[in-house]
Design a protein around this ligand. Structure first.
Ligand SMILES: Nc1nc2c(ncn2[C@@H]2O[C@H](COP(=O)(O)OP(=O)(O)O)[C@@H](O)[C@H]2O)c(=O)[nH]1
Ligand SMILES: [Mg+2]
Length: 374
C-alpha cells in the first residue's frame, strides 16, 4: 500500500459536486471474454446512438483492443510495479488496484472530465483484470465501486464465465461458486453470463440441456456425474458440501452471450438497463429517448423482447441447428446490405440532380456478395 492509502474510504462525505453515470463493471476470470465484450458493447451501444465510454482498469493492458476513454495505465502499470518492487504479476496486480483505490480522486477527475463531454449523462463500461481475488476477497475494487455508487453512479456487475465450463462437472461447480462469491463480495446489481455460447455446438455430449446449466438446477445430478471421475471421487463429501452451499444461497443463474450476435447483445443490454434503472433516465432529445421508452415498456411487461424468449431457442441457435441459423442470418444480412446499398445509390443519384430512380446506380447493390458483409 502506498503512503496515500485510503483506509476509511466510506467515512468521507463527498463535498464537491461530481458527475455520475450509468454503466457496467465487467468481471470474470482471465480469458472469459471481458475485453472482447467491452469492445462489442461499445460498438453495439454506439450503433444504438447511446454515448458510451470504456474504462480500462487492467494495468497489464497498456494497449487495449478498444477505444479506451480512461486507462489505469496512465496512473500505474503492472510492469513498472513488478520492476520497481520486484513483485510477481499477481502481487503487482493487487498493488496496482490498491494504488488506484488510494488515488480514487485521480479516477474521479478523469471521469468528471469525460462525462462533462457527454453532457453529464454518460454511460460507462469498465473492463477489469481477470485476477479472481479482485472480486472474491480483496477489497479495493469493491471500495472503488462503493465510492462511485455513493456518488450516484448506477453500475451493474456483468460477470462473465466461459461457457466451456459446462462441459465438465467440476469446472461448472467451481464457476458457479466463483460467480456466487463475486455476488457476495461486490454487493451490487449482478448479472452472471455464460460467454462464448456460440461455441455450444462444439461441446460434445452434454449430459443435460442448456437450461440445466443456466438455471443452476438440481445439482445433485451433477454430483452423480462427478462420482464417475476418479479425481473428484476423493472429494465426494467436499463436492456435496459445495453443492449444498450453492443451493442454499439459491442466487446464481446465468444469461448467455455471443458477442457477435446482436440479439444476444440486445437481450443483455435490456436486462442491464432494467437492473441499473437506465430505463427510467430521461433520454436526450437526439438519441436515447426511443431506446429508453422501448426498454421501459419491456420492463413493465416483465419480458425481455427479442428473438430468444427461451433458453431452448439459444440451444437451437448455437447447438444442433447452428449451420442452418448461420445461413439464414447470412441471407438476412445480404438482403439488408443490398437494400441499404440501393437506398444510398438512390440518394446519391437524387443529390446529383440526375432525377433518375436510381435504378441505373443499383447495379453493384444487386450484385452485393457475402464477402461485402463485414
Ligand atoms: N467464440 C467466441 N470467442 C470469444 C467471444 N468473446 C471472446 N472470445 C475470445 O476469447 C478470447 C479471450 O477474450 P478476452 O476478451 O481477451 O478475455 P478477457 O481476458 O476476459 O479480457 C479471445 O480469443 C476472444 O476472441 C465470444 O463471444 N465467442
Ligand atoms: Mg481483458
Amino acid at each position: 500500500m502506498t503512503d496515500t492509502a485510503v483506509d476509511e474510504p466510506m467515512l468521507a462525505e463527498p463535498t464537491e459536486h461530481h458527475l455520475s453515470a450509468f454503466g457496467q463493471l465487467v468481471t470474470g476470470p482471465p480469458g472469459a471474454g471481458k475485453s472482447t465484450y467491452c469492445h462489442g458493447m461499445h460498438q453495439f451501444l454506439t450503433a444504438l446512438g447511446r454515448p458510451v465510454s470504456i474504462i480500462n482498469l487492467d494495468p497489464a493492458v497498456t494497449n487495449p483492443p478498444y477505444p479506451c476513454a480512461i486507462s489505469i495505465c496512465d496512473l500505474i502499470t503492472l510492469d513498472s510495479v513488478m520492476e520497481e518492487f520486484g513483485l510477481g504479476p499477481n502481487g503487482a496486480m493487487l498493488y496496482c488496484i490498491e494504488y488506484l483505490e488510494a488515488n480514487f480522486d485521480w479516477l474521479l477527475e478523469q471521469l468528471d472530465a469525460l462525462l462533462e463531454t457527454q453532457g453529464g449523462n454518460g454511460y460507462i463500461v469498465i473492463d477489469t483484470p481477470g485476477q479472481a481475488e479482485l472480486w472474491t476477497n480483496h477489497n479495493s475494487l469493491r471500495h472503488i465501486v462503493e465510492r462511485l455508487t455513493k456518488l450516484d453512479y448506477r453500475l451493474a456487475a456483468v460477470h462473465l464465465t466461459d461457457a466451456h465450463a459446462i462441459t465438465d462437472a467440476s469446472k461448472y461447480i467451481s464457476a458457479v461458486l466463483l460467480a456466487l462469491r463475486a455476488m457476495l463480495q461486490l454487493e451490487m446489481p449482478h448479472i452472471n453470463v455464460l460467454s462464448k455460447i456460440d461455441m455450444l455446438n462444439s461441446f460434445d455430449n452434454l449430459p443435460f440441456n442448456l437450461d440445466y446449466y443456466t438455471e443452476v438446477q438440481d445439482l445433485s445430478y451433477l454430483l452423480r456425474t462427478l462420482e464417475d471421475e476418479p479425481r473428484a471421487k476423493r472429494f465426494a463429501k467436499l463436492n456435496a458440501a459445495m453443492v449444498e452451499l450453492i443451493e442454499d444461497f439459491s442466487l446464481v443463474g446465468f444469461e448467455t452471450l455471443a458477442v457477435e450476435d446482436k440479439d444476444s447483445m440486445m437481450h443483455l443490454v435490456r436486462l442491464i438497463d432494467k437492473v441499473t434503472g437506465y430505463v427510467f433516465m430521461p433520454g436526450e432529445d437526439n438519441s436515447t429517448t426511443a431506446e429508453n421508452a422501448h426498454a421501459l415498456f419491456s420492463s413493465a411487461s416483465g419480458l425481455i423482447p427479442g428473438k430468444y424468449q427461451d433458453i431452448s431457442d439459444i440451444q437451437e441457435r448455437w447447438g444442433d441447428r447452428r449451420e442452418e441459423f448461420d445461413e439464414a442470418q447470412m441471407n438476412d444480412w445480404e438482403q439488408e446490405w443490398a437494400h441499404r446499398h440501393r437506398q444510398q445509390a438512390v440518394k446519391a443519384a437524387v443529390a446529383q440532380g440526375g432525377g433518375g430512380s436510381g435504378g441505373d446506380a443499383s447495379g453493384d447493390g444487386d450484385g452485393l456478395k457475402a464477402d461485402d458483409v463485414e
